[in-house]
Write a protein that binds this ligand. Sequence first.
Ligand code: C5P
Length: 417
Amino acid sequence: MSAAPDLAGKRILLVISGGIAAYKALELIRLLRKSGAGVTAVLTRSAAQFVTPLSVQALSESRVYSDLFSLTDESEMGHIQLSRAADLVVVAPASADILARMAHGLADDLAATLLLATDTRVLVAPAMNVRMWLHPATQANMAMLAARGVAVIGPDVGAMACNEFGPGRLAEPAAILTAIAGLAGAGKLALPAAASAGAPLAGRHAIVTSGPTHEPIDPVRYIANRSSGRQGHAIAAALAALGARVSLISGPVAIADPIGVDVTRVETAAEMLAACQAALPADLAVCAAAVADWRVASAATGKIKKTPGAAPPALSLTPNPDILATLSAAGPTRPALVVGFAAETDDLLENAAAKLARKGCDWIVANDVSPASGIMGGAENAVHLLTRAGTETWPRMAKDAVAERLAARIAAHFAEG
Ligand code: C5P
């Protein structure tokens, strides 16, 4: 079991909509409070049929909102303010009804109104009967919401309260908490393209690689590494927030997609390279993925069996393509700026400088990933930025802050022409 995320100081606005899964929102509130987050809950009218405002209030230790037209609520905190005072808006469980109202921009109760008014990113955790989930109307609504940058967790597949089986169960509260941790620090919603016309990276296309790769040994086993994808995803979000169109090519990660970013999910290094090449042309590329250096030369097509008394199978490895070096190679589609990462446990700066020369990229972000640094999988990073002009040492800061500073440096680079 991984450690609980640290959400100290984060403010989560939790919209609870109706459905049998609403009781699981109580467990989510408990986990959020344990992680240090402040929780303000809003109940739809039907949610209040499944959980009592009093139990939500007791667990969240905060007042619960439920009625758009309550004058007391309006005088204490208007719905616009309520929707914007949060770091993240989470709808859990999200019923078919609230998803439809979100997709179509309705504002017929407090929950729907603040979801329309918010400038904060939104995570939805759908939960409903399997037929309702699979209905083309719900699927079309989900596609619309995803295109607008709403992040989604679940639904899980399993037995339903209505005795049917399939997708529709609310994601587990612990999984929702992990998704929240991945999103809560990433700042305000990236403005839609029309609104970002004057943004520093408007009109630029960025490719970002993130996460590990999984290299199959056989259909059930693979070689991987400990990358969480947090730094790469934060960079994708930061570039999008500055107006760039971002293609994020991500290996398997347990964190939510950043808002306003086009995500392609891949497993292997070969797939990651192909997805990057398919995303070209681009003005810039940031290769933050921890690509496996080797893959099994010929992965078995069936599960490799343990034969009692026999020697364990030998794995014959072959090098993976180097995505950073491939993107950096001169040619008509080479992005104007290619940024690589150097994660090292020893001789950080020498190794990073050698990598800058060897890979042919323009900048290297170097970081110390020795176990003592706590950086791999953690929330913070301490980096050096190596450019052809020299080396900058940045103070240790949150991975989101590293991403914002790097995005700002990239924007300044393009502004200088
Ligand atoms: O060689 P090394 O793995 O240390 O280089 C790290 C940098 O190269 C990172 O930017 C990583 O994303 C990139 N890389 C890559 N393809 C590989 C190996 C590394 O893009 N096969």
